[in-house]
Write a protein that binds this ligand. Structure first.
Ligand code: UD1
Ligand code: CA
Length: 453
């Protein structure tokens, strides 16, 4: 027994009023189409067949190897779209599932249940239906006195009585493949000049064949996107779903309404997320952290017991017990080892701050490797760019960098080196040496007894 999945994605999505094809608009940071492709991948080991038309090249560029493609050159309706896949799929599988690419909240378990239902009988097809408070544009499910589904009537063709029907068509079907391929061409041309896939219901009913219709448990899954208003609704629904799952797994989220966490993020137990925090992309956060308020974290790896207040982190790695903010900015390649403290108004890019480094106030560290337990004084700057190229700054262990030091890269400071306040360091500093001034020059370190006198 095998299953092929067909996803219809050839429409332009006119109602989005956009140059971008509808299904490439992002939801939780990722193009809509990827949600349907992923849910299909969970059902069948055979890549889904994406019917593309408008923006076909852009869609291919986004989905890549994740799907097989069939082009529908002219958008003559959903029935016509499925017909385009017949040459590719006929004789390949026992069942064919069809749904639309604009339903990103569909869950694999829901589709799996539909597939199981169709496998349990030999009727022509099974479909899902949904009870909608606002049927906005959905086809209405017409049943007879016995409750058998007789037809799906598109909103634009419905009578006033049919418009009052609250059971609607989300557009998710699982077909007996042989029946589908044999009957697609029986679909008549509609008054609108399209071949409606939904007319297969009437075709089956007229032939005395029973179409199985199952009500969906969660109508949110059927949220289809036609306008940017729907896109915002889907964003809110997905946000609620992700936040709820995290809370149930042991994460405290103080204000879920102001917290956006993408589905691609993982967060450990007993971490607390404060309001207005946004955690995006491929971010992983450990246990027992305190994050926010007013924080953006994208594509970061964060260990356990970290504190991140009112900061922006992109492409950074934090080991355990790192404490940063408020108003810190970590950029790509920032790596803060265990126990690093970074206070307000600091920026770190493409640099390693080794264990126990302290960087309290107003500093920029770029293209640097800062040794263990080094203290970076207020206002320190790595001058890493000479106008043409970037250069590296390296310090040893336990270095003390005085306030307002300019480290003119490339430059290396040995273990235990020190710089005076306001130094402009243009030459390497040997271990245990103090440099001061502009440009900075060595000055003998006075023995502690001498200082005491
Ligand atoms: C369709 C259903 C309707 C259902 C609704 C659910 C039909 C005739 N109607 O209406 O019963 O309630 O979805 O959202 O199926 N597409 C193609 N080629 C085409 C036409 C459409 O690939 O020629 C694709 C679109 O890109 C889209 C999907 O099929 O992803 C649905 O098309 P859309 O125009 O949004 O259909 P609706 O009018 O919403
Ligand atoms: Ca639609």
């Amino acid at each position: 027994m095998s299953l092929d999945v067909v996803i219809l994605a050839a429409g332009q999505g006119t109602r989005m009023k956009s140059r971008l094809p509808k299904i490439l608009h992002p939801l939780a940071g990722r193009p809509l189409v990827l949600y349907s492709v992923e849910v299909a991948a969970a059902l069948s080991h055979r890549p889904p067949v994406l019917v593309v038309g408008h923006g076909a090249d852009d869609v291919r560029a986004v989905v890549g190897e994740g799907a097989r493609y069939v082009v529908q050159a002219e958008q003559l309706g959903t029935g016509h779209a499925v017909l385009q896949t017949r040459d590719l799929l006929r004789g390949q599988s026992a069942h064919v599932m069809v749904f639309y690419a604009d339903m990103p909240l569909l869950q694999a378990s829901t589709l799996q249940a539909l597939y199981e239902a169709q496998r349990s009988h030999d009727g022509p097809f099974s479909m899902l239906t949904v009870l909608a408070d606002q049927p906005r544009g959905f086809g209405r499910i017409v049943r007879d006195g016995q409750g058998s589904v007789q037809a799906i009537v598109e909103e634009r063709h419905a009578t006033p009585e049919q418009l009052a029907i609250r059971e609607v068509n989300p557009g998710i079907y699982c077909f007996n493949a042989t029946w589908l391929w044999d009957h697609l061409e029986a679909i008549p041309l509609s008054a609108k000049g399209e071949y409606y896939l939904t007319d297969l219901v009437e075709i089956a009913a007229r032939a005395g064949e029973r179409v199985h219709a199952r009500l969906m448990d969660d109508p949110v899954e059927a949220l289809g996107i036609n306008t940017r208003v729907h896109l915002a609704e889907a964003e809110a629904a997905l946000r609620a779903r992700v936040n709820e799952a995290l809370m149930l797994s042991g994460v405290t989220i103080l204000d879920p309404a102001s917290t956006t966490i993408h589905p691609t993020v993982t967060i450990g137990q007993d971490t607390t997320i404060l309001p207005n925090t946004h955690i995006w992309g491929t971010t992983t956060i450990g246990q027992g952290c305190l994050i926010g308020p007013n924080t953006i974290i994208q594509d970061c790896t964060i260990g356990d017991a970290c504190t991140i207040r009112a900061s922006v982190l992109e492409g950074a790695t934090l080991e355990d017990q790192v404490d940063i903010g408020p108003f810190a900015h970590l950029r790509t390649g920032a790596y803060l080892e265990r126990g690093v403290h970074m206070g307000n108004f600091g920026e770190v890019k493409n640099s390693r701050l080794r264990a126990g480094v302290k960087m309290g106030h107003f500093s920029y560290v770029g293209d640097a490797d800062i040794g263990e337990e080094t203290n970076i004084g207020a206002g320190t700057i790595t001058c890493n760019f000479d106008g043409k190229r970037k250069h590296k700054t390296v310090t040893g262990k336990g270095v003390f960098i005085g306030s307002d030091t300019m480290l003119v890269a490339p430059v290396t400071l040995g273990d235990g080196a020190r710089t005076g306040a306001g130094s402009v360091v243009t030459h390497d500093v040997p271990a245990g040496t103090l440099v001061v001034g502009v440009p900075a020059r060595p000055r003998p370190l006075e023995p502690p007894e001498a200082e005491d006198r």
